[in-house]
Design a protein around this ligand. Structure first.
Ligand code: ZN
Ligand code: ZN
Length: 632
């Protein structure tokens, strides 16, 4: 047992008076679980939970000693009696490993009650600690599956967390001479397969581990150059769910890694969705994925979700805090406090500085910051995006012109992110009487939207309020969802409809299938609203491709002529454009001493780095894959 854990336990014991009747103190990953025979004592005069959490600077979970837990059936009945009906409880289930009763409801606020009164009452009357989660207002099969999976393996998760704690709080001898370095394993001077190795003498962490879905070779990060068994990695931190950041994580588990994955709760759910879909898309194309569904499920067990701005020890010499990056639901910038403050690193991940309908503004204040790793997707000096109003006007114009000549519109979107942003824009047109066209939303985008409705607190106030009032914009009248790819031909028989389908770069999935059916019809329109990666079909069409070979149903190859109208409407990107990146640098506090640029094509990354150096007099380098940089 580590000395630090012993000390933590001693501190807990010294704070809590005897009447708290503590029977066991356990670490659950970075959190503390206190088992008691007298939960009531924690909520009397003083709030001992808050006091202990403050002293330890850790999340503290109060759990009733197992001997006092009420029979599950009785406990469920009691909880249903205590919680007001308006809370609309969808499900209650029990995780004995955590002495927890999970209550999934449409209005979790009512399960918590004013000042936590209702949930306190549940603990006191049943012994079970309520784990209160929000039910999505729009069904998502994948979310259901994820929650079921976490529940099914709660015994194993408890064990995983205990083992993680042993590593997080291991005894090490830190020294002022300790060094720190990063190695660029993927996503440098390119977009795709983002992966950064962060190493100290005591700790080895990966930040993101993505795949390049657009590439036909070199799709995966250079993990082999680490020359170590992947089981020796201590942890993985994931900025957000997009596959170029999370897509290779199940492979780590396939290769023997069994450590914690830190990310926000929505990232956990969305990346699981995208990883399953990745396997599925490849299977439909008759290709093998680098891992299978079992590996995805295994990784899920190891996720330790963290909220924005929650400070978390992830290793004896590393402390992690995730901050809002405003890019997609749950997306984060990573702040790493290394070696008791010897070095502070911020890795922005994909980041949006500027207005979006979905998210609050990106976080730009950090307690300390020496090295910044920043994305440069639109970092080139010519990479300006029109402002949002212009973008929305252009989109509306192209849609209306197409509808007027009885054509249909295909908008390929990233199922997570652009999909929902474009839905909000179209719904806004509809609500304001500017557009009266039916919008079909195909497949995965619906699943992703469902997950959005389970995390309204991650969304901008207006959207949040609508979801809470059961008026979700994602299920507004204008939208019709299509599941399992049915009825595609029927939809195309209609005239003047908008089709929102993934993938966003026409690299597979529903959008490609629609594209093949629509390409030759000159009345139809294809509108790109997001970034098109190098080498993708989307990029080629954007560049003026007029025809491509395709195999028809009989297996014959023929030329498919692209007669449809092709438009690119910039300005909806979840990435900052050149101006916004520079504005982010200007407003970031404190100023870093050094900047490393990633996530941008070669010239854009280089150009952005040059501009940062020139304008802000900060050393800025566009690192290349396989390069290392010593931070300390
Ligand atoms: Zn992204
Ligand atoms: Zn990315």
């Amino acid at each position: 047992m580590s000395k630090i854990i012993d000390q933590l336990k001693e501190t807990v014991s010294s704070i809590l008076p005897e009447k708290c009747e503590v029977t066991k103190i356990e670490m659950e990953g970075p959190e503390v679980a206190i088992y008691t025979k007298n939960p009531k004592s924690f909520f009397e005069n003083e709030n001992f939970v808050a006091k202990t959490a403050f002293e330890l600077k850790k999340r503290v979970n109060i759990r009733t000693d197992k001997s006092l837990l009420l029979d599950q059936k009785e406990a469920e009945a009691k909880a249903r009696q205590i919680v007001p009906e308006d809370a609309d409880i969808k499900e209650i289930y029990f995780d004995p490993a955590f002495s927890e009763m999970t209550i999934e409801s449409i209005k979790p606020g009512l399960v918590i009650g004013k000042g936590g009164e209702t949930s306190k009452k549940i603990i006191l009357e049943t012994g079970w600690t309520p784990n209160i989660i929000r039910a999505p207002t729009q069904t998502s099969d994948i979310l259901k599956g994820i929650r079921h999976q976490l529940h099914k393996y709660s015994d194993e998760r408890k064990k995983i967390l205990k083992e993680a704690a042993e590593k997080i709080y291991a005894d090490i001898d830190q020294s002022p001479k300790d060094w720190c370095r990063v190695v660029a394993l993927g996503g440098f001077k390119q977009v795709g397969r983002s992966c950064i190795f962060l190493e100290t003498p005591h700790t080895k962490v990966l930040m993101d581990c993505g795949i390049n879905v657009a590439a036909h070779s070199e799709s995966f990060p250079y993990l082999n150059v680490l020359h170590l068994p992947l089981s020796e990695l201590d942890a993985v931190v994931v900025t957000h769910a997009h596959l170029d950041h999370s897509g290779f994580i199940p492979f780590l588990f396939k290769s023997g890694f069994r450590g914690p994955i830190y990310c926000t709760p929505p990232t956990r759910d969305l990346m699981t969705l995208l990883q399953f879909d990745y396997i599925d898309v490849l299977a439909k194309e008759g290709k093998d994925a680098p891992y299978n569904e079992k590996d995805v499920k295994e990784s899920l067990k190891y996720c330790i979700p963290r909220e924005y701005r929650e400070v978390t020890d992830i290793a004896p010499d590393m402390r992690l805090t995730l901050h809002n990056a405003a890019h997609i639901l749950g997306s984060a910038s990573v702040h790493m406090h290394i070696g008791e403050g010897a070095h502070n690193l911020v890795y922005t991940g994909d980041m949006k500085y500027g207005f979006t309908r979905l998210f609050n503004n990106v976080d730009m204040r950090y307690p300390r910051l020496e090295t910044l790793i920043i994305e440069s997707t639109y970092g080139g000096k010519d990479a300006f995006q029109p402002n949002r109003q212009e973008a929305e006007d252009s989109l509306l114009r192209v849609v209306k012109e197409t509808v007027e000549r009885d054509g249909n519109i295909l908008i390929p979107v990233f199922a997570v992110g652009r999909g929902q942003e474009i839905m909000l824009v179209l719904e806004n047109f509809y609500r304001n009487g500017l557009l009266d066209a039916k919008c079909y939303v195909d497949g995965m985008t619906n699943e992703a939207s469902g997950i959005h409705t389970a995390y309204p607190e991650y969304l901008r106030k207006g959207v949040q309020r609508r979801i809470l009032q059961n008026d979700s914009p994602f299920t507004a009248e204008i939208f019709e969802s299509i599941k399992n790819g049915k009825n595609r031909d029927e939809i195309l028989q209609e005239k003047g409809v908008v089709i929102i389908a993934s993938s966003g770069m026409l690299t597979g999935g529903a959008s490609v299938r629609y594209f093949y059916k629509m390409a030759e019809n000159q009345n139809d329109s294809l509108i790109f609203v997001g970034y098109q990666g190098e080498g993708t079909l989307g990029r080629k069409i954007q560049g003026g491709l007029k025809s491509l070979p395709m195999t028809d149903e009989k297996g014959k190859t023929k030329a498919l002529n692209i007669n449809m109208r092709v438009e690119t409407v910039d300005g909806f990107s979840g990435h900052s454009d050149r101006d916004q990146l520079m504005a982010y640098m200007r407003n970031l506090k404190p100023k870093p001493k050094r900047v490393l640029v990633n996530h941008g094509e070669r010239t854009r990354a280089a150009d952005f780095a040059r501009s940062i150096s020139a304008r802000y007099k900060i050393s800025a380098t566009p690192m290349d894959n396989l390069e290392a940089a010593r931070l300390k």
